[in-house]
Design a protein around this ligand. Structure first.
Ligand code: SF4
Length: 407
């Protein structure tokens, strides 16, 4: 979401004739687009702002703008804390000194063959550990026509793969008068000429519908790949997190997805060390990950976010050393699982959308979002090619060009 919003902001400045500065000292405007989903991310924003203080002292004409989730409802305190910052903008807001023209919906200028397109902002769920609903507010969907128009513009400029993003894409359309859902939006987008791949994230296990799963299985452009955050493998912890489902519900959903799409790649998010999480409760998570065998697990140690229900009501009682040990255990387990899954591609030929080069080799992603590095062929940027896989690791696949595909 953060990356998608940065691209959109850049497109608006570009529409006004601004270009990217080669160095920060050469800029007229510096925009910091912040993420505070974890404490570590918030600390990085504060450090960045402190560094900018010296820049502003040296070059006072540079306009500094802070946007993103760091900026909550009340900006008065921020103006006091960071007086050298000129503007604090809530996510999605634009500075009032930008001319009207920039406030129109402008599709980002794609720098690659893939683009992120936000379809819904905010969240109505209030998971107890999460700061997002306080900073981004309630769910607000973009109209179907607006999203379709943007994806059409992007494909006309060479984009072949679009990822629809939102805090909870499964709630898409609930706040719109005609109540379109994600399955309907995907069906509309699937018909766009030139578009080859469609993805969407992030899903919520309590909101993912059978209609969406059927649509994923049926439409040719939707990649069989999904991120479905489980967060914990223990019902008591899930309840304390306000996740709205039980472990058994989650497992049933995974089974339904794998039944509908045998080749689906599933990734998940996990928080370890949530307040009160015992060794046994952590083991429930560990065993669940071992049983469900995800393609990737994004694991984070719990950190209290000020203002959330968990920070207000629960004691952060799992010692840091225990959190770190649990995090390392999950990472080690997942490395083995991902290594085994990737090894199953050895000797196969996979479709890869080429998005760049790395150390003299081409790089790109499969429809299941596996990173592939390969040799052979010229001028492949943006092409869809078939690659024979000759080597695998937990993180990527490597091989050589087998054939170019007709576009
Ligand atoms: S679903 Fe929960 S974790 Fe995700 S953005 Fe909403 S409140 Fe945060």
């Amino acid at each position: 979401m953060n990356r998608a919003e940065s691209e959109r902001l850049a497109a608006r400045f570009s529409a006004l004739g601004y270009t990217e500065a080669p160095r920060i000292e050469a800029a007229d405007i510096v925009v910091v687009n912040s993420c505070v989903v974890r404490k570590h991310a918030e600390d990085k924003v504060v450090n960045k702002l402190h560094n900018l203080k010296a820049l502003k002292r040296r070059l006072p004409y540079i306009r500094i703008v802070l946007t993103g989730c760091f900026v909550g409802q009340d900006t008065a305190e921020l103006y006091k804390l960071f007086p050298y910052v000129d503007d604090f903008l809530k996510p999605g807001e634009l500075p009032d000194w930008l001319p009207e023209a920039a406030c129109m919906s402008v599709a980002p200028i794609p720098s690659a063959v893939s683009a992120f397109v936000p379809i819904i902002q905010g969240c109505n769920n209030f998971c107890t550990y999460c700061i997002v609903p306080y900073r981004r507010g309630r769910e607000k969907s973009r109209h179907v026509e607006e999203v379709v128009c943007e994806v059409q513009q992007l494909t006309q400029r060479g984009v072949k793969e679009v990822t629809l993003v939102g805090q909870n894409v499964d709630s898409y359309g609930n706040d719109l008068p005609s109540k379109p859902n994600l399955a309907y939006l995907l069906t509309e987008l699937n018909g766009i000429d030139g578009l080859m791949r469609l993805r969407f994230l992030t899903n919520h296990p309590k909101d993912m519908s059978a209609v969406l799963i059927d649509t994923m299985a049926r439409l040719d452009k939707i990649c069989h790949q999904i991120n479905l955050p489980v967060q914990s493998g223990d019902d008591t912890i899930l309840h304390a997190m306000h996740r709205g489902y039980k472990v058994a519900d989650y497992c049933a959903l995974i089974a339904r997805l794998r039944q509908a799409m045998m080749d689906i790649a599933i990734t998940t998010d996990v928080i370890v060390g949530f307040p009160g999480e015992s060794d046994e409760q952590f083991q429930n998570t560990y065993q669940l990950l071992a049983k469900l065998k995800f393609d990737a697990v994004h694991v984070a140690a719990y950190s209290p976010r000020s203002g959330t229900l968990a920070a207000n009501n629960f004691v952060d009682d799992v010692p840091l050393v225990t959190k770190k040990a649990r995090l390392a255990a999950v990472e080690l387990l997942q490395e083995q699982i991902a290594g085994d899954i990737n090894a199953s591609f050895l000797g196969k030929t996979l479709e890869v959308l080429v998005d760049g080069t790395n150390k003299g080799r081409w790089q790109g992603r499969t429809r299941s979002d596996k990173m592939v590095f390969f040799s052979g062929g010229e001028n492949l940027q943006g092409e869809t090619v078939m690659v024979s896989i000759e080597k695998t690791s937990s993180w990527s696949l490597q091989g050589k060009l087998y054939a170019k595909q007709s576009q």
